[in-house]
Design a binder for this molecule. Structure first.
Ligand code: GLU
Length: 484
């Protein structure tokens, strides 16, 4: 049997990290076995629909390389692939009526007022009405009459109060619940749309889906879905319910964390491949401790039996580290294209920006880190003369003043301001004086950068700045030291 998985997002906004993980795992399960990965848009909840959200879904799948074999834009013979379009074919109402015939569902005409008077229960933080099966006792004639009068109705699943229902999840094993704990959930709403609860079953079956991967918030409803499969006499798909993703404080990852969606992460300077790699590890791990995987490598390694049940902590520090590794491994041109906007923002003066990019490539974790590393280029920052003191180099303000004053005329004489030429000039001075290299290079680097840490050495910085700017900064250093 060919494996068929589906990613079934609701177009309700940004691409949440949890959604992307479901998509990724569905993709990997299918591709690991040479199967098919399908996209289905679940837009039956018209109230939650957000303009532009479908485009975000397409864009993200394409960008991350989770290319679907079938979907609204690629017919594979199982369409339509958008639930609102499927509804128009009459598929949901047809199957709902079949359930009514079988006694597994019934029309319910209760109005808002009556429903409001019923008992409620809190399920996973949401208050739900526990329906009392009032309409189950309506006679066939009463139902016909109500329908003929055009009375608004919903169709509910009929779940007996006795007995229990068992379903199987690949990670959680067999789960059995008492039927009395299951509510008569709505299958078809008053607006004629199916609920997710009904549509997911009808669609997964009619679209030949073999494996369903989704967040474990659906675990508690799965017995009800199982009853639908059983009522139809359909085989249920393999279920894989994924662990919760939490923030560093072990709370459900939410918008408040500031990095809960794929778009947020990209805007913060993360690299798509690193994000995909990191998300793969949110609940799954390979046999060894390896952490860096390309998408192709994930396809090869991904065994869904190794998905964990324990909550996965979204650790931004770890993601930053991983992103840094991706940046280090990037070919220079691709990297430069991504780094350039950040360099352009931080540096307006005419210096060799490729050189700056080269210097910082191995020092950043995300692209915005670049700015702080090169913020001394346009303007010499205010710095403390304490910076001239370096224990190991045996330098201090006094020794630095002496060195800077010594080399100023030498630099003024210097024609060739290339790194190599400058280096031999300074080294010559070092040798003549019998100093250690650092004794000279430390104060020079401090004077030209005004920073404790720079992405390049003294002479590289001097080459970048050129003669005029270098001399200006050395002179400023001398003045600063003399005034202290
Ligand atoms: N439309 C559902 C959601 O976005 C899909 C759940 C599922 O994969 O079955 O949460």
């Amino acid at each position: 049997m060919k494996i068929r998985t589906r990613y079934a997002p609701s177009p309700t906004g940004k691409m949440h990290v949890g959604n992307l993980r479901s998509a990724l795992y569905e993709f990997l399960i299918a591709k690991h076995e040479g199967g098919e990965f399908m996209l289905r848009i679940e837009d039956t909840d018209q109230e939650r629909f957000v303009e532009g959200a479908t485009e975000i879904i397409y864009r993200t799948l394409e960008k991350t390389g989770l290319i679907h074999d079938e979907g609204p834009d690629k017919d594979g013979g199982y369409g339509p692939y958008v639930q609102s379009e499927r509804m128009k074919t009459g598929i949901y109402i047809k199957y709902a009526k079949e359930l009514i015939e079988k006694g597994e569902a019934y029309y319910c005409f209760c109005d808002k007022e009556r429903l409001a008077s019923l008992k409620t229960e809190v399920v996973e933080g949401k208050e739900i009405t526990v329906y009392d099966k009032h309409c189950l006792s309506l006679s066939k004639e009463e139902v016909e009459k109500n329908l003929a009068e055009g009375k608004p109705y919903v169709i509910r699943q009929n779940i007996p109060n006795e007995g229990s229902t068992t379903f199987h999840d690949e990670l959680y094993g067999d789960i059995t619940v008492e039927n009395s704990e299951l509510d008569d959930m709505i299958l078809i709403k008053t607006d004629g749309y199916p609920t997710y609860n009904f549509a997911n079953v009808v669609d997964d079956h009619t679209m030949n889906i073999t494996h369903v991967v989704r967040g474990n918030e659906y675990l508690s409803s799965s017995p009800k879905y199982q009853r639908l499969y059983d009522a139809f006499g359909w085989e249920s798909p393999v279920y894989v319910h994924l662990p919760l993703i939490t923030d560093e404080n072990h709370k459900k990852l939410s918008k408040r964390s500031g990095h809960s969606s794929f778009e947020d992460l990209i805007d913060q300077g993360f690299v798509t491949e690193a994000v995909v790699n990191y998300i793969a590890l949110l609940g799954w791990s390979p046999e060894d401790n390896r952490e860096i995987f390309s998408l192709d490598e994930l396809i090869k390694e991904f065994d869904y039996h190794r998905i964990s049940k324990s909550p996965a902590v979204f650790d931004i520090v770890k993601l930053r580290w991983m992103n840094g590794e991706y940046i280090k491994a990037m070919d220079f041109d691709t990297y430069y294209e991504m780094a350039k906007p950040y360099i352009d923002e931080a540096v307006k003066s005419k210096v060799d920006k490729r050189k700056l990019a080269e210097w910082v490539k191995t020092r950043i974790e995300v692209f915005p880190d670049i700015k702080e590393l090169i913020d001394f280029v346009d303007e010499l920052p205010e710095y403390d003369i304490e910076m001239y003191t370096h224990k190991k180099m045996k330098t201090n303000a006094e020794s630095s003043l002496l060195v800077l004053k010594d080399i100023l005329p030498i630099l003024e004489e210097q024609e060739d301001f290339s790194n190599d030429a400058l280096y031999s000039t300074l080294l010559k001075y070092v040798e003549e004086k019998g100093y250690k290299n650092g004794y000279v290079l430390w104060p020079v680097r401090t004077a030209v950068s005004g920073k404790q840490m720079t992405p390049a050495g003294a002479t590289e910085l001097m080459e970048l700045f050129g003669k005029e700017e270098t001399i200006k900064r050395i002179k400023a250093g001398i003045v600063k030291l003399e005034q202290s």
